[in-house]
Design a protein around this ligand. Structure first.
Ligand code: GDP
Length: 444
C-alpha cells in the first residue's frame, strides 16, 4: 500500500510538506506534476487536479527513487504553499486515489526500519529528537539517531555471536575438541563485553534522566518562600504565592532549560504537622516527591537561621542545596551553616543571590546529566534488555568455569545475544514495533 501524509503541522503556514511513499508514488507525481522530476533535485512544478486539470498549486516537487529514500521505497514530497485550501486540495486528490491511504503515526519511519534503513535505537533517537526541548536533549538524540548506540550494542552482539559459534562447534563436535587457544580468547572477549555492559548500566541513569529532565524539588516549612522561589526561577507566575500558610497543597512543576539542560522543578506543600486532611495529603506527597527527586533544594527562613526546622533537615540529603530565603528581612549578612555546609542566601523579594543559586542549580544539572564521551543509556527498554543480557552472560561464564556443560553455556549465550538483538530490532520484535513507532508523529 502506498501511504501519504502531511509532514508539517496542520494549519496555515508558509510551506506545507506532503509526503508519499510506496509503489504508486511515481504515478501520483506523473499525473499531478506532469512527469517525474530527476531524483533528489528540487523542481518547481504546477500541480494539476488529475480529473479537472485545474491548477492546485505551483510547488516544489522532490523525487527520491527507491532505494535512496527515507523509507527505502519510492518517495515523493510536495512542498506546497501552506494555505489551507491548497493543502486540502492536494490531500483530497490523494485520499481519492485508489491504492493510497493516509499514513499512521510513525509509519514512514517504520517502513524505513523494515527496509533496513535504520535500527530501533535510531528510530527512538528520531522520536527523541522531535521531542527535544533543550540543547543537551537535542545532542543526545542526534547521537542516537546517528547510530552511536546501535553500533555499540551491535558490536557487543557480534562479539557474543562469535563466541557462541565456537561454543556451538564444541557441542557439535565434542570428540574432536576445539583447541584451547581458540576458546580461551573467545571467553575472554565475552567477559570483556560483560564488563562493558556493566559499566554502561552503572551510569546513574544519566541518559534516561536527560530525556525526562532532572527532577528537582523545593522542600521547606510553610511560608519560607518555596512558591516564590519557583516563580523567580521560572521567571513567570506559575504558582500561587500567598501569605496564608499551607496554600500549596499539591505538587506544582515547572520545566526549565538551565544552561541547555532540562530540569523540572517542583514546589511542594510545606512540611509541617497539620490536622487539615487535604494539607496532610499534600505533605505526604511532598515527602514522597522528595524521596524520588534527583536534587533537593531545602529552604529555610533567614530570620530563624541557623535555627533550622527538623522536618526539612530530615529530607535533606548530603548533595542537596541549602537555600536560606528572605535575607532582605535580616540586618547584615547571613551566618554559615552549623554543620559547615555550603549555604545559598537569597531573597525572592529583592532577587539577591538568585543568580548564584541558578548557577549552582545549572552546575548540579550538568554534573548529573552530562553524558560525556561515552554514549549513554537512554531508555528503560534498553536497560531491561541489557540487564537480561548481563545475567545470561554471568550464568554462561559461571557454568563454563564451574563445571556446567557447553550446552548450557551455549543456551545462555543465545539468550544474551537475543536480548541485545531486541534493542536494535535484529530479532523477534514484532510486539515492540507498535509501541516504538507510535511515539512519532503522522508524516514521520
Ligand atoms: P511557601 O509557602 O513556602 O510556598 O511560601 P510563599 O512563596 O507562598 O511565600 C510566603 C510569603 O513570604 C509570601 O507573602 C511571600 O511574598 C513572602 N516572601 C517570599 N520570599 C520572600 C523574600 O525573599 N523576602 C520577603 N520579605 N518576603 C518573602
Amino acid at each position: 500500500m502506498t501511504i501519504f501524509a502531511q509532514s508539517t503541522v496542520p494549519g496555515r503556514s508558509a510551506i506545507a510538506v506532503i509526503r508519499i511513499s510506496g509503489a504508486l508514488a511515481g504515478n501520483v507525481v506523473k499525473r499531478l506534476a506532469g512527469g517525474i522530476p530527476p531524483s533528489r533535485r528540487a523542481c518547481l512544478r504546477a500541480l494539476r487536479h488529475p480529473k479537472t486539470g485545474e491548477i492546485l498549486d505551483r510547488a516544489v516537487v522532490l523525487w527520491f527513487a527507491s532505494p535512496a529514500s527515507y523509507t527505502g521505497e519510492d518517495v515523493a514530497e510536495f512542498h506546497l504553499h501552506g494555505g489551507r485550501a491548497v493543502v486540502d486540495g492536494v490531500l483530497e486528490v490523494l485520499a481519492a486515489w485508489p491504492g493510497l491511504r493516509v499514513a499512521e503515526p510513525g509509519e514512514f519511519t517504520r517502513r524505513a526500519f523494515e527496509y533496513g534503513k535504520m535500527d530501533l535505537t535510531e528510530a527512538e533517537g528520531l522520536a527523541d529528537l522531535t521531542a527535544a526541548e533543550t540543547r543537551s536533549q537535542r545532542r543526545q538524540a542526534l547521537r542516537q539517531l546517528d547510530g552511536e548506540l546501535g553500533r555499540l550494542y551491535e558490536g557487543w552482539r557480534s562479539t557474543l555471536m562469535r563466541g557462541m559459534a565456537l561454543v556451538e562447534a564444541q557441542i557439535d563436535f565434542p570428540e574432536e575438541g576445539l583447541p584451547e587457544d581458540l576458546t580461551e580468547p573467545a571467553w575472554d572477549n565475552i567477559r570483556g563485553v560483560l564488563q562493558e555492559i556493566r559499566q554502561h548500566l552503572d551510569d546513574q541513569g544519566r541518559g534516561e534522566r536527560l530525556r525526562e529532565g532532572l527532577s528537582a524539588v523545593i522542600v521547606g516549612a510553610p511560608n519560607v518562600g518555596k512558591s516564590s522561589l519557583l516563580n523567580c526561577l521560572a521567571r513567570r507566575d506559575a504558582v500561587i504565592v500567598s501569605d496564608q500558610a499551607g496554600t500549596t497543597r499539591d505538587v506544582v512543576e515547572v520545566a526549565m532549560d538551565l544552561g541547555g539542560y532540562p530540569v523540572v522543578v517542583a514546589d511542594t506543600a510545606g512540611l509541617r504537622r497539620t490536622d487539615d486532611e487535604v494539607e496532610k495529603e499534600g505533605v505526604r506527597r511532598a515527602r514522597a516527591r522528595a524521596s524520588e527527586a534527583d536534587l533537593i533544594l531545602a529552604m529555610f527562613d533567614a530570620r530563624n537561621w541557623p535555627e533550622t526546622d527538623p522536618a526539612t533537615r530530615d529530607v535533606l540529603p548530603n548533595d542537596g542545596l541549602v537555600v536560606v530565603n528572605k535575607t532582605d528581612l535580616i540586618p547584615g549578612s547571613l551566618g554559615g551553616a552549623p554543620d559547615g555546609r555550603r549555604v545559598w542566601p537569597v531573597s525572592c523579594r529583592t532577587g539577591a543571590g538568585l543568580d548564584e543559586l541558578l548557577g549552582a542549580l545549572t552546575a548540579a544539572a550538568e554534573e548529573r546529566l552530562d553524558p560525556g564521551f561515552a554514549p549513554a543509556l537512554t531508555r528503560a527498554r534498553h536497560r531491561g534488555a541489557l540487564e537480561t543480557c548481563a545475567t545470561a552472560l554471568d550464568r554462561a561464564l559461571e557454568g563454563v568455569f564451574v563445571g556446567g556443560t557447553a550446552e548450557l553455556a551455549g543456551e545462555d549465550l543465545r539468550h544474551a545475544v537475543a536480548a541485545l538483538g531486541r534493542i536494535t530490532g535484529r530479532v523477534d520484535v514484532e510486539d515492540l514495533l507498535d509501541v516504538i513507532f507510535r511515539e512519532l508523529c503522522i508524516g514521520k
